[in-house]
Ligand binder design. Sequence first.
Ligand code: NDP
Length: 261
Amino acid sequence: MSKRKIKNSRAIVTGSSSGIGRAVALELARCGASVVIVARREDRLRQLADEITAVGGRVEIVAGDITNAEVRDRAIDIATSRFGGLDILINNAGIGASGLFEHADPDRLRRIFEVNFFALVEMTRAALPALKQGVDPIVVNVSSILGHRGVPHNSEYSASKFAVQGFSESIRAEFARDGIDVLVVSPGTTETEFFDSVIECTGKPSWPEHAAVSSDEVARRTVRAIRLGRHEIIPYRWGRLLCRLNRISPGLVDRLMARYV
Ligand code: NDP
């Protein structure tokens, strides 16, 4: 049974110039939400805004870097001033890098944490007063399967997503008394620009490739989970399998992972 209505809700989607964020913003708009879209590439946001307007949705653009407090505050101000409030915060913006830990410098770790973790946490902090006034409010944090199981060549990214997982579980308990839900979406390999925009690639794991899912599919499942008030989804079959295997036999998964370095 549906817990939450998307129609007439007010949402912010970070990292909505491409991939999963773009698809989620469009899906929310199709379902009747008003959406503030946030990312650095303004031309891409304008294209998306045209598509949202074409399906009859209301949209506002905030072009800027999510690690900047002014950009985060602007997104929240626009949601409250133009749409009258905020009900759905989607913390989706994310970056990655690939390569062994011993070949990476400390800057790579810090850059990844700035976007994937600190910006997500500070966006949540800044949005909390507005969310408390919202209708059936929810925070959606886009994590990864690598937030459930670390894999070689992705130590910094994986650590940032484990941090998102821990943060989300903690605030879920804290926010419950204010009626704010917290959903963690943990995608697996998804067809987006993510792998082309990694900030550094000094090596890759050699495991067999599994078919990627589309960002539209992840968006549909995410919006469905928002409606249903779910706490966790893993919209990727191989990801669910890996998490299950890791719970049953973490030592076996450790040995398997070591083979792919
Ligand atoms: P994309 O690269 O297509 O999208 C990433 C989005 O984040 C873009 O809109 C980008 O916009 C935005 N972004 C990145 N850095 C910043 C920044 N500093 N400030 C504002 N926006 C920023 O990748 P995905 O759609 O795949 O990634 C979305 C989320 O899904 C990420 O959190 C990622 O970790 C997660 N994920 C993706 C997987 C996949 O296989 N694709 C698997 C598991 C998780 P712009 O460059 O215009 O700023």
